[in-house]
Write a protein that binds this ligand. Structure first.
Ligand code: A3P
Length: 327
C-alpha cells in the first residue's frame, strides 16, 4: 500500500540524486535546494513544511540566518506579544521565558516541528497552539510556504554582521560536533566554504537580500532588524517591533516600566544564567547553553587574519549593498 509518506520519501530520494551536494558543517551533507544550502536532515522537513503548512493571518514568523540573534529575537518578540498574561514576573507566576528556552516557546518549522513530529500529529498540534502562533525559521524568503506569502502573517528578520555571524556559527558547529565526539571544523575550511556561500542556509548574501528586498516591497509584512542596532538601541527597536506586530506599548506601559522589564528579562546575562539555558536541551538534541556564547559585537577581530578580512570584505562588498543594509 502506498502511503503519503512513502511517496514523499521516494520523491525525496529522486530529488536528492539531482541536487548538488557538499560536505555539511554539522550534518554529513548539505544540498543546494531551491538555491540555498540545506543540511541533509532538513530537506524532508523543509519540503513537508512547504507543502502542508497553512498560515493564519495573525501568525508571527521569526526568520534569520543561524547565529544572527535568533534566540534573542524570539525571546523579545514572545515577551512583547504574550505580555498581557505574562508580565509581571512574580514568583508565583513565573514568566514562560524563565522556565523555557525561546526555541521551545517559538519552535522552528524545519528544525523542530516538521523534523521531530510525525506528519499525522502536526495538523492537530498546529491548530491547538495559542494565537497568535509564533514560529522560527532559517529558510530564505522565497522558499517559505505559499501560505506564508499569501496570508497577512508577519515576519521579523534579524540580520547580523556576516563576520560575527560566521565566527558564532563556527563555534556553535564545533560545540555540537565536540559534544558528539566528532571531528571539528578548522577555521580555514569553514571560512573557505562561507566565502563561497556554502554554509547552512547560505549563501548568506542571498539570504539577507531576500528578506531585505521583501521588507522594502512589503514593509507591513516584513520587518528587517539588525542585531547591532537592537543591541545599541534596544528600547526603540523593541518599540518598533511591537508597533509592527500591532502590539504597541501604551503610554501607561511605557511609564510603568514594561519595556525595561522585557529588555532585562531577555538580556544576554539574564538568559545565559537561567537553569533551563545552562542545563536544558533544545528538541532533545542540542544543549541550550550553546545558544549563549559571548553576545558581543566584533568578536571576529580575535579570529580573522588580515587576508581573511580582505577576502570576506571583498565578498561582502561585491554581493551586498552594505551602504543601504548595514549603515
Ligand atoms: P555569539 O556566538 O557571538 O556570542 P542565534 O540565536 O541566532 O543562534 O545566535 C546566537 C548568537 O546570539 C550568539 O552570539 C549568542 O551569544 C547571541 N545571543 C544569544 N542570546 C542573546 C541575547 N539575549 N542577547 C544578545 N545576544 C544573544
Amino acid at each position: 500500500k502506498t502511503t503519503e509518506s512513502s511517496i514523499d520519501h521516494f520523491e525525496e530520494e529522486e530529488l536528492l540524486q539531482s541536487l548538488p551536494k557538499e560536505k555539511g558543517w554539522v550534518s554529513q551533507y548539505m544540498y543546494l535546494y531551491q538555491q540555498f544550502w540545506c543540511p541533509s536532515p532538513l530537506i524532508q522537513p523543509t519540503i513537508t513544511f512547504q507543502k502542508y503548512f497553512q498560515a493564519k493571518h495573525n501568525d508571527i514568523v521569526i526568520a534569520s540566518l543561524p547565529k544572527a540573534g535568533t534566540t534573542w529575537l524570539k525571546a523579545l518578540a514572545f515577551a512583547v506579544v504574550k505580555r498581557s498574561h505574562s508580565i509581571p514576573t512574580s514568583q508565583n507566576d513565573p514568566h514562560p521565558l524563565l522556565n523555557s528556552n525561546p526555541h521551545t516557546l517559538v519552535p522552528f518549522f524545519e528544525l523542530d516541528i516538521y523534523a521531530n513530529k510525525t506528519n499525522n500529529v502536526i495538523p492537530n498540534y498546529l491548530s491547538t497552539l495559542p494565537e497568535p502562533r509564533m514560529f522560527g525559521t532559517h529558510i530564505p524568503f522565497p522558499s517559505l510556504s505559499h501560505s506564508i506569502h499569501n496570508s497577512d502573517c508577519k515576519i521579523i528578520y534579524i540580520c547580523r554582521n556576516p563576520l560575527d555571524t560566521f565566527i558564532s556559527h563556527w563555534h556553535f558547529s564545533n560545540n555540537i560536533l565536540s559534544s558528539q565526539s566528532l571531528p571539528t571544523l578548522t577555521l580555514e575550511e569553514a571560512f573557505e566554504g562561507y566565502c563561497e556561500g556554502m554554509h547552512p542556509f547560505g549563501p548568506f548574501w542571498s539570504h539577507i537580500l531576500s528578506y531585505w528586498n521583501a521588507s522594502r516591497d512589503k514593509p507591513s509584512k516584513v520587518l528587517f532588524l539588525k542585531y547591532e542596532e537592537v543591541k545599541a538601541n534596544t528600547n526603540s527597536e523593541l518599540k518598533r517591533m511591537a508597533q509592527f506586530l500591532d502590539y504597541p506599548f501604551t503610554p501607561e506601559e511605557e511609564s510603568g516600566g514594561v519595556i525595561d522589564t522585557i529588555i532585562e528579562l531577555c538580556s544576554f546575562k539574564k538568559m545565559k544564567e537561567l537553569e533551563i539555558n545552562k542545563s536544558g536541551k533544545f528538541a532533545n538534541k542540542i544543549e541550550n547553553k550553546h545558544f549563549f556564547r559571548k553576545g558581543e559585537n566584533g568578536d571576529w577581530v580575535n579570529y580573522f587574519s588580515p587576508s581573511m578580512i580582505e577576502k570576506l570584505s571583498k565578498v561582502i562588498e561585491e554581493k551586498l549593498d552594505m551602504e543601504s543594509i548595514f549603515l
